[in-house]
Design a protein around this ligand. Structure first.
Ligand code: TRP
Length: 363
């Protein structure tokens, strides 16, 4: 299937190496020690060394990212959540944006509903996963801040950045797009750059999937053009898309493609049993002889991406599966056991998180 990856559509088999080559995304020379980096789930970067230096030298830096409030928070949203929490622990000041204006313009025209989804699904889960209110500026695109200074800087930048972008550039980056998308792109540029108007020029890391790279490229172009602000060039990292249960994309619009953080353990276990694509062989005999294929096995991929943080244990599972010793059903059971453990703990944390929401909404 032909693959499409842009801010408004992701489908097909994605060739990450080709994307890196075509768009000049670099491998890492140095990385933080975290599962997502170690296992190459975060596979590429632009100007990341600047952030590494901040981490090593304990210099201030900003993490900025945005969330699109669309339906249930599921495992596909975990990579961003984990990175926000990682960088917060590494000393970053967090700017966390709810892309409700973007969603209003390009998806669901109901700001109230979008706000509700952002808080009850996204923010609550971030808190449950470990996000702290200290050094976290959580805001809505529709309501930047009660602090007029912050708000003015944000909306002003989104407004005046337009002068510094040409039609040809928009066409080259995005193809032909409508006013709603152009305006979303400029607002996102302001998301990415305005922390530097508040903090002064400061290294900023934006962790994204490749679908958001057009916005990163636009922001990086604008940095070079709006020299009056002395912006420090934006750094970005790129993580892979978590495959859905059946392979393909994990999508909020198809509950059999995802496991939500609020799925009951029974439903989650059932989803793995019923829907998780297996890399096992057609018959027991064949499986014992040829072994399973972990690369395409969704249960194994979930172990690799989240559920089995111990590298040695993971390697052992992989080896046993490949050699045919471990059967597909047994592998699924390992995944289910760890998933249940994770969900039980997470759902407890979610209940506690509800009381902390207000601390993030003072902005
Ligand atoms: N457009 C992003 C999405 O669809 C959300 C977003 C808004 C964002 N502002 C951002 C992402 C700034 C990264 C940086 O998910």
């Amino acid at each position: 299937m032909e693959s499409v990856v842009n801010p408004w559509e992701v489908k097909g088999d994605i060739n990450y190496e080709k994307l890196m080559q075509d768009f000049g995304i670099q491998p890492f020379s140095e990385k933080p020690d975290h599962l997502l980096f170690r296992r190459n789930i975060i596979y590429g970067q632009r100007d990341f060394q600047r952030i590494m230096e901040c981490i090593k030298n304990k210099q201030p830096f900003v993490l900025l990212t945005g969330l699109m409030p669309s339906g249930k928070f599921h495992f596909g949203h975990m990579f961003v959540a984990q990175q926000i929490i990682l960088y917060q622990a590494l000393g970053a000041k967090i700017y966390l944006c709810v892309a409700d204006v973007e969603a209003y313009n390009t998806r669901l025209a109901d700001l109230e509903e979008l706000r509700k989804i952002a808080i009850e699904e996204y923010l609550t889960n971030y808190i449950a996963l470990g996000l702290k209110p200290k050094n976290c500026d959580f805001y809505f695109q529709s309501e930047r801040s009660r602090d007029a200074n912050k708000s003015n800087k944000y909306y002003n930048l989104a407004g005046i950045a337009a002068r510094h972008v040409t039609q040809n550039e928009i066409n080259a980056i995005y193809g032909e797009i409508n006013p709603a998308k152009i305006s979303s792109a400029l607002l996102q540029v302001s998301d990415i750059l305005h922390p530097q108007l508040i903090e002064g020029p400061i290294p900023t890391i934006v962790p994204v999937g490749f679908d958001q790279d057009p916005h990163i490229r636009l922001a990086r172009d604008i940095v070079q053009r709006m020299s009056q602000f002395n912006f420090i060039q934006v750094s970005s990292t790129y993580h892979k898309f978590l495959p859905g249960l059946k392979g393909g994309k994990m999508s909020s619009s198809d509950p059999t493609s995802y496991i939500a953080m609020t799925d009951s353990v029974e439903i989650a276990a059932e989803k793995i049993k019923k829907h998780a694509f297996s890399g096992g062989r057609n018959s027991l005999e064949e499986h014992r002889k040829l072994g399973g294929v972990p690369e395409i096995d969704i249960s194994f991929q979930y172990l690799r991406c989240f559920l089995e943080p111990n590298d040695k244990k993971l390697a052992k599972i992989e080896e046993q599966y490949k050699s045919g010793k471990l059967l597909s059903g047994e592998l699924k059971q390992t995944t289910i056991d760890l998933l249940i453990k994770f969900l039980e703990h997470h759902q407890e944390q979610r209940e506690k998180a509800v009381n902390k929401i207000d601390k993030f909404l003072k902005n």
